[in-house]
Design a protein around this ligand. Structure first.
Ligand code: NAD
Length: 433
């Protein structure tokens, strides 16, 4: 494979280490500043993009099953809506903070723009451990939170989606609560709903499918035939399993997958359709009958053509980036590469295809869901997959052009595509009033 530009990654001029963890908003601002160095964009527009347009902080009291009242804090951050309504996930997690929501909302702005979707970024959540709530308590929490943020969401304002700790059922409750208060059924207020109330076919598989499509395009770019490619995939949840199975169907050899307990490795190739996913049977990966069981750290250092970290964030760091032996990395998870880890990989010439492109199939099919809701017409699975294929290839082509034209990393190339689109829209619309 040909080498990657040595431009530093997720990094500005200052030295970055993993010793002091950056907050999501710090990382998002750093990435913005780094990408800006490669393009000529009005600094006034960049200044606006460093800040959210609005952050709603709300108190969410609910009655627990034992009759006591508990009070939680929730947020909804809006970053930028110059290209359309805000779009982004809603998470229930004990570590949700205002800053995290702001940082993640900025990433959603770039992700939507790199895919050329008519949305801006948002993110929200409640600081709560959903595992400590009964289903009834979760429903009350979701409905009360929906009421608290009702003024800032809506199909033409801000469209939440599932994220950590939330799922199709949470979105169904949110849609119902919103619709009841508005006096009409409004499916377009959320995406990731069950198909029976306006959810899209293919939504669940979409992030993994997009990871597979982008891996295929990247292999082609580096003249690596799919039939000869070996791939190690960290994780075997929704993203990893869907990506692994598709790539195997397309002829690649998936040599390793993992879960939180460890990895399995077979140099002659795993039968990924026979391995239960995290959803089908949690933590069953290492129970499979295969030649080698490895640690997750060992999986990340395997000598393969493609490494796909598709489980959790911050796994490629300054501690292990020097030991990565893969020729190409495709980010399936959100934020699997730290700033310092990314810099080492860039210096070593190992291309890293960024998350905001590779796993953007999720938000892209969310966009399709929103279109289906507005038009009150469901698409077939075949249409969803065909349109996703075409959106992903278009986005890849745009990022490729920026990568080759500016001689930058793939991450910077994706940011350049996104930023130019957002800046152009800001310049065309101007500043109100
Ligand atoms: P999931 O819950 O379905 O699966 C997660 C997988 O990671 C499981 O196999 C689990 O065992 C494994 N895992 C958990 N902790 C681990 C650890 N410390 N080390 C190694 N493996 C570990 O999750 P998912 O939906 O597949 O999401 C994976 C990543 O992709 C996350 O970063 C998520 O934010 C991102 N992502 C998900 C979507 C989506 O819609 N599902 C969309 C875009 C990005």
């Amino acid at each position: 494979m040909s080498s990657e530009s040595t431009t530093s990654n997720r990094q500005d001029a200052t030295e970055t280490t993993d010793n002091e963890p950056e907050t999501a908003v710090e990382i998002a601002r750093r990435q913005l500043e780094h990408a800006v160095g490669h393009v000529d964009i009005d600094p006034n527009v960049i200044e606006r993009l460093k800040h959210p347009t609005k952050v709603q902080e709300v108190t969410v009291p609910i009655e627990r099953d034992d009759g006591t009242v508990e009070v939680f804090t929730g947020y909804r951050a809006h970053h930028d809506s110059v290209r359309g309504p805000h779009k982004g996930g809603l998470r229930f997690h004990p570590e949700v903070t205002r800053d995290e929501c702001v940082g993640l909302s900025m990433w959603m702005t770039w992700k939507c723009a790199v895919m050329d979707l008519p949305f801006g970024g948002a993110k929200g959540g409640i600081a709560v451990n959903p595992k400590e709530l009964s289903s009834d308590e979760k429903e009350r929490l979701t409905r009360r939170f929906t009421e608290e943020i009702r003024g800032v969401i809506g199909p033409m304002k801000d469209i939440p989606a599932p994220d950590m700790g939330t799922d199709q059922q949470t979105m169904a409750w949110l849609m119902d609560a919103y619709s009841m208060q508005e006096g009409e059924t409004i499916p377009g207020v959320v995406t990731g709903k069950p198909p029976v109330i306006g959810g899209s076919k293919g939504r669940e598989e979409a992030p993994g499918r997009s990871v597979a499509i982008i891996t295929r395009e990247a292999l082609e770019y580096y003249d690596q035939p799919m039939a000869e490619a070996t791939i190690a995939m960290q994780g075997f949840g929704s993203v990893a399993a869907n990506a692994a199975r598709l790539l195997e169907d397309w002829g690649a050899t998936i040599v390793a997958v993992s879960d939180v307990n460890g990895a399995i490795y077979d140099p002659s190739g795993l039968e990924t359709h026979d391995i239960p996913t995290h959803n089908e049977q949690p933590e069953a990966v290492t129970e499979q009958d295969v030649p080698h069981v490895l640690t997750n750290d060992e999986l990340l250092e395997l000598d393969v053509d493609v490494l796909v970290p598709a489980a959790v964030g911050n796994v490629l760091t300054e501690d292990n980036a020097s030991d990565v032996s893969a020729d190409l990395i495709v980010e399936g998870a959100n934020g699997p590469t730290t700033s310092a880890g990314g810099e080492i990989l860039a210096d070593r010439g190992i291309p890293v295809i960024p998350d905001i492109l590779a796993n953007a199939g999720g938000v892209t099919v969310s966009y399709f869901e929103w279109l289906q809701d507005i038009n009150r017409r469901a698409w077939s699975l075949e249409r969803v997959n065909d349109e996703l294929e075409s959106e992903m290839v278009d986005a890849w082509t745009d990022v490729c052009e920026a990568h080759d034209a500016h001689d930058v990393t793939w991450r910077d190339a994706a940011y350049i595509v996104a930023l130019l689109r957002i800046a152009e829209a800001h310049e065309a619309r101007g500043l109100w009033p």
